[in-house]
Structure formats: structure tokens, C-alpha cells
Write a protein that binds this ligand. Structure first.
Ligand SMILES: NC(=O)c1ccc[n+]([C@@H]2O[C@H](COP(=O)([O-])OP(=O)(O)OC[C@H]3O[C@@H](n4cnc5c(N)ncnc54)[C@H](OP(=O)(O)O)[C@@H]3O)[C@@H](O)[C@H]2O)c1
Length: 333
């Protein structure tokens, strides 16, 4: 990938990120990326495999037939091998494995974590990337509003189940670089005024706009990165807004929104392609400049989160609520 500097009005203070130069050797490391059949997750896997060559990358995404799973794995493996300049030539190629994961169900999240833990003793990088926007009003299997349940609570459950392995990995080596990257969004600013409507989370939040429902789930993800960083100083955590990028999410939005369909021809004026937008994910996964617990907008710019995303009381209340909802799930106490 060539050196990329994100463009656009919100990206003026962008940092140049050169994948070949800036992704370090990741030999022997294990990476798990959620939503990695989708555009940003897949490209993250491709660039890490191409330039960092970790031992294994787990692609965790919605269950699909054997042929479709193989297609996802083959695409990442093939694209990662198309350019090797800058990679550590002594490192073996990355093995890509697919894990079934449906965040709409705690059972599926537990099964995904169990399958991973049965295969691995270490985890160096966890990228919580899967996400939905503007889906019909509804709830997950456990009865939580679907954006909140999938974007936030499912990821919080997966993180809780994998944190012991992340911490164990960090403790194996002095100065180990073990990370959790949480993919939030500038859309977190669309959350309701008080940030999260706790009393409605066990409903479809039918009286809220889709933007508010998406927004509150993305505010919660910023707090998740901060909470994990605070509770586990051996880990480096970051929350990111990746930028405005033309991905499957734009396709999904266009099905639901006339405005998105009408503005589609001029979208390239205010959005960037995946090859450019992926810089923020990669920066957060690899840069030594990341300060644990911090929210970044592309690339590496901190301090842009909304007041509710900084609110310590909200953070405490969310964690208490989260622990209550997850108590007893997969052995969580
Ligand atoms: N693109 C942007 O401009 C932008 C801006 C701000 C934030 N983001 C964030 O970036 C992240 C990646 O999105 P993207 O732009 O790459 O969109 P994408 O291509 O739609 O990727 C989203 C991924 O999440 C997966 N997913 C959906 N429902 C799931 C479920 N129930 N369980 C597990 N996985 C599920 C999707 O699977 P399927 O494809 O199989 O449905 C897809 O692989 C999201 O968290 C999004 O909110 C994107």
C-alpha cells in the first residue's frame, strides 16, 4: 500500500501512514478482527498479513457456508501476498482462519471465544470492528436494542472473555505490545443528549432515530476502550473513528436512505476509498504513539470526542450496567 494521507475537511490534521514502512514485524503474533469479512476489517487483515506477517489472523464474522468462508480466507491470503516489499522476509506467511460470530446472540459470542481459546494460548491484537448502522427497529436475542446489543454489548462480552488471554500474552514478555482497538465513529456525537438511555436499552428504542441508536452504541464503545485501558494497564487500548469511507456500510445505508442514494454520485467528494481510509485502523493497531484509553479521529488526532464520551459518571454507570447484563454469561462473575 502506498503512503496514504487521509483527505477531506475533517482530516486536515491527518498523519501520513505508510503501511510498508510503519507496520512492524508481527512474527509469532495472533490477531483477531471482528467483522473482517467486511471492508475495513478485511483490509486491516490484508495489510497486517502483507506487511507484519503475524502467525495467524482470525476473521470473526457472520456464519456462512463453507464455500463462502473459504472465499473470505482465500481473498485475504491472496491479496496479502500480492505485495511483500517491506515485509520481514524471514517471517513465515500468515495463516488466516474464519470464526463464526453473530453479535446478536450471546451464545454465538461465547462459542466464538471458546473456539478461539481452544486453538490459541495467546492473543496480541483484538480489533473490535464489526458494526451495523440504520437497521430496522429491533432487539438482539437477549432483548437489547439491536445497535447497542451488537455494536457495543456483544463486543464488550467478547472482550471480557478474551481479556485473560490478552493479559497473559502481555505478561509473557517485558514491554510486550498487546492491543485492543475499538472501532467507534464520529457518529457517536449523534447520541441522545445524556449519552445513553439506560432505561430503554432493553427495548427496540422505537422512539429514537436510527442516528441516536447508532450514536449511543458508538459512545459506549469509546467508554469500553477507556475502561479496558484503565482496568488492564498491561494492555494498550484505543477507540477510533476510521473516517468517512466508501464501504459496505454505505451500501447498507443507501438501501435505507433516500438522501444517501441521491448524494451517492458526489460521495467521493467527502468520503475516501478503503485503501486510504484503512490507515486509521492500521495506525491504532501498530503505532507506538497510541496512548492507552484514548479516542482518535483519522489519523491519530485525539481530543475530538463529545462531552458525553468524556463523561466519567456515564463511564462508571455504563460499566456497572454492562457487568449486570453480562453476569453469569460464559462464566463471567
Ligand atoms: N465506513 C465508514 O465510513 C465508517 C465510519 C465510521 C465508523 N465505521 C465503523 O467501521 C466498522 C467497520 O465497518 P465497514 O465500514 O467496514 O462496514 P462493513 O463493510 O459493512 O463491515 C461491517 C462488518 O460487520 C459485520 N457484521 C454485521 N452484523 C454482524 C453481526 N450480527 N455479527 C458479526 N458481524 C456482523 C458485517 O458482516 P456482513 O457484511 O456479512 O453483514 C461486516 O463484515 C463499523 O463498526 C462501523 O461502524 C465506518
Amino acid at each position: 500500500m502506498a503512503r496514504v494521507t487521509l483527505l477531506g475537511s475533517r482530516n486536515k490534521s491527518a498523519t501520513a501512514f505508510d503501511a510498508a514502512r510503519d507496520i512492524p514485524c508481527m512474527a509469532g503474533k495472533v490477531v483477531l478482527i471482528t467483522g473482517a469479512a467486511g471492508d475495513l476489517g478485511r483490509q486491516t487483515a490484508i495489510e497486517l498479513a502483507r506487511h507484519g506477517r503475524p502467525a495467524r489472523i482470525y476473521v470473526a464474522d457472520l456464519p456462512r457456508g463453507e464455500k463462502a468462508r473459504k472465499a473470505v480466507v482465500d481473498r485475504i491470503t491472496h491479496e496479502a501476498s500480492t505485495e511483500t516489499e517491506g515485509a520481514d522476509i524471514l517471517a513465515p506467511r500468515t495463516e488466516v482462519r474464519f470464526l463464526d460470530l453473530d453479535f446478536r446472540s450471546f451464545e454465538s459470542v461465547k462459542a466464538c471465544a471458546a473456539e478461539f481459546l481452544a486453538a490459541e494460548k495467546r492473543l496480541d491484537v483484538l480489533v473490535l470492528n464489526a458494526g451495523i448502522i440504520r437497521v430496522a427497529t429491533g432487539t438482539t436475542k437477549e432483548g437489547h436494542e439491536v445497535h447497542f446489543g451488537l455494536n457495543y454489548l456483544g463486543h464488550a462480552l467478547l472482550a471480557k472473555l478474551l481479556v485473560p488471554t490478552l493479559v497473559h500474552t502481555a505478561q509473557q514478555q517485558l514491554g510486550a505490545d498487546v492491543r485492543v482497538v475499538v472501532v467507534s465513529s464520529e457518529g457517536h456525537a449523534m447520541a441522545p443528549k445524556r449519552g445513553i438511555q439506560f432505561d430503554k436499552l432493553r427495548t427496540g428504542c422505537a422512539d429514537m432515530s436510527y442516528a441516536q441508536r447508532y450514536g449511543q452504541s458508538k459512545v459506549a464503545l469509546i467508554h469500553l476502550a477507556r475502561a479496558l485501558g484503565r482496568q488492564h494497564p498491561e494492555l494498550k487500548t484505543a477507540a477510533v473513528h476510521p473516517g468517512r469511507i466508501l464501504t459496505g456500510m454505505a451500501t447498507a445505508l443507501s438501501k435505507e436512505s433516500l438522501l444517501v442514494r441521491v448524494t451517492a454520485p458526489i460521495a467521493p467528494l467527502f468520503c475516501v476509498p478503503v485503501s486510504v481510509g484503512i490507515a486509521n485502523h492500521l495506525w491504532a493497531v501498530t503505532s507506538p504513539a497510541v496512548v492507552s484509553g484514548t479516542y482518535y479521529e483519522p489519523v491519530g488526532v485525539s481530543g475530538k470526542e463529545s462531552a458525553v464520551a468524556k463523561d466519567k459518571d456515564l463511564s462508571g454507570r455504563l460499566w456497572e450496567w454492562t457487568e449486570g447484563e453480562l453476569k453469569g454469561v460464559g462464566g463471567i462473575v
